[in-house]
Design a protein around this ligand. Structure first.
Ligand code: PLP
Length: 526
């Protein structure tokens, strides 16, 4: 296997175990499924209707002269096709999804029910404001609670994902720096080595140079190294807190003060707000801008389950540069301020950087997030954060018996392990993760954060019961013992054996994606 310098394999050497072969390719009741274009009958159609009578051709001679090229499937074939495809998607409604940093928690059905109320679900984004007062009130209420929980005076609701929220925050920072006349001078953004990949990507997208800050040996930002890097060319810093090692940055206030003293802004990646919601307010920590992933902290479905939503909160210093649109509530009426011109007309002298996206954000997610907040109450949100941290520490404490936590001490909402426990076993992190699939678990986050060799980052969230956590831990402990026994290297290298597909060439899939089906059937039909 070829490895990169973080110990992540960049090329597999192929699966080694023999495949259990069946005539159909099916594995028990897991049914193989080709593309509908591959098995559809292009000549026929799935429905049998009589030629309509009494119609005449209104196409003025522009009639199709070749087959339309869509697969003709019967209704039952069509149903089966999509149901089988849906079963290939592992989901939080199917089992634990321990991906660290992704916060795959249960999406309460109450939220789904509320989001489907016709008044919300049927509302068109271009409906007049007079007919959308309830929706605007909901955005305003959610904005209020986000500001309240973060202790920040302003929020932009339109960003549509965490990374989009980062872009929003960094664009505000850029505007603020340009307004100070320092646009040409402050071109550097600092980010810790353990930063989520979206942080440096966002900074570069905004035209900044990224300078990486090392971690100390407790997995946190090295404060002295950070101070050495500060200067009058620094626009700001991007720090995730709790960080991607699942640890709270103890020096967070000192970091904020040092950056402010140097004239920079403090962007906090708040994707992991779920670990501190109701416990700590980023506004008290000196944060200038922070996105909140509603799809993590407030349980709205994500990944294959739905779109994200990443509202960004702002300090007094950055609030004037926040994007449009935003909602104002005046004289018993809700109004969406949609442009800088409208803001000026409304008496707002702020220098908004403009518009980030069409419309006003992910309305369906706003409804779910507010339903989550209101059904939990602030005590419930706080308890969710406490339970998330408790569950992660429970997993860390149990797995410590066979696996090696990357850092000493308690963690926050996720438990980070390295691959020291696999040393000299011949089994790598990737093999361990693939063996988890055979046990019926989606693997944890692997090889991230990069500061740890062969990293395995587990985030159980608060929504797993003790029974589920115990089964999960028992399964991982058993895998760790098998790996260390030395007798099963082959079995680990061959895993997963029970899944419909075995080891895929992920590098080729990422570098040379095949995005277009080649219509060999069509060519044959022509
Ligand atoms: C999830 C996450 C992001 C990105 O959020 P998206 O909604 O996937 O764009 C950024 N930073 C951290 C720390 C995250 O966990």
């Amino acid at each position: 296997m070829t490895m990169n310098n973080q110990g992540r394999p960049t090329r597999t050497d192929g699966a080694t175990a023999t495949d259990a072969r069946t005539f159909t390719g099916n594995k028990a009741l897991q049914i193989e499924e080709a593309l509908s274009f591959e098995f559809g009958d292009f000549a026929g159609t799935g429905v049998d209707m009589p030629e309509p009578e009494g119609t005449f051709d209104r196409l003025g001679g522009l009639n199709r002269n070749s087959e339309i090229g869509l697969p003709g499937l019967s209704e039952p074939e069509t149903m089966r096709h999509f149901v089988r495809l849906s079963q290939k998607n592992y989901a939080i409604d199917m089992g634990p999804f321990p991906l660290g940093s992704c916060t795959m928690k249960h999406n309460p059905r109450l939220n789904e029910k509320v989001a489907r109320l016709p008044g919300f679900s049927d509302l068109h984004p271009l409906a007049p404001q007079s007919a959308s007062q309830g929706a605007l009130e909901l955005i305003d209420a959610l904005a209020f609670w986000l500001k309240e929980m973060t202790g920040m005076p302003a929020v932009a609701m339109s960003p549509k994902a965490g990374a989009h929220g980062e872009l929003c925050g960094m664009m505000a920072i850029k505007s603020a720096i340009e307004a100070r006349g320092e646009g040409d001078k402050r071109t550097r953004v600092l980010a810790p080595e353990s930063a989520h990949g979206t942080n440096p990507a966002t900074a570069v997208q905004c035209g900044f140079k990224v300078d990486s800050i090392p971690a100390d040996d407790t997995g946190r930002v090295d404060l002295a190294a950070l101070k050495d890097k500060l200067g009058d060319d620094v626009a700001g810093i991007m720090v995730t807190n709790p960080n991607t090692c699942g640890l709270f940055e103890r020096d967070i206030r000192a970091i904020a003060d040092a950056v402010h003293e140097a004239g920079g802004y403090f962007y906090c990646d708040g994707a992991n707000f779920n670990a501190i919601a109701g416990k700590a307010k980023p506004g008290d920590l000196g944060v200038d801008a922070m996105h909140i992933n509603l799809h993590k902290t407030f349980s709205t479905p994500h990944g294959g389950g739905g779109p994200g939503s990443g509202p960004t909160v702002f300090s007094e210093a950055l609030a004037p540069y926040a994007p449009v649109p935003y909602v104002v509530h005046k004289d018993g009426e809700y109004k969406l301020i949609e442009s800088r011109k409208a803001a000026k007309a409304d008496g707002d002298s702020a220098e908004s950087f403009g518009r980030l996206t069409a419309f006003h954000g992910q309305m369906g997610m706003f409804v779910r997030a507010l339903a989550y907040m209101l059904s939990h109450g602030i005590d419930g949100v706080r308890q969710a954060a406490e339970d998330a941290v408790l569950n992660a520490n429970y997993v860390q404490a149990r797995l410590k018996a066979e696996m090696t936590p990357a850092f000493e001490g308690y963690c926050m909402h996720e438990a980070l392990f390295d691959d020291r426990f696999l040393k000299d076993t011949g089994v790598e992190t990737i093999d361990f993760a693939k063996a988890m699939i055979d046990e019926g678990y989606h693997p944890m986050t692997m090889y991230f954060p990069l500061v740890v060799h062969g990293a395995m980052l587990i985030e159980p969230t608060e929504s797993e019961s003790k029974r589920e956590l115990d089964l999960f831990c028992d399964a991982l402990l058993s895998l760790a013992r098998r790996a260390k026994s030395g007798d099963e290297v082959e079995a680990f290298k061959a895993a997963p054996v029970h899944s419909p597909r075995r080891r895929l060439d992920e590098t080729a899939a990422a570098r040379k994606p095949v995005l277009r089906w080649t219509p060999s059937n069509l060519e044959a039909a022509e």
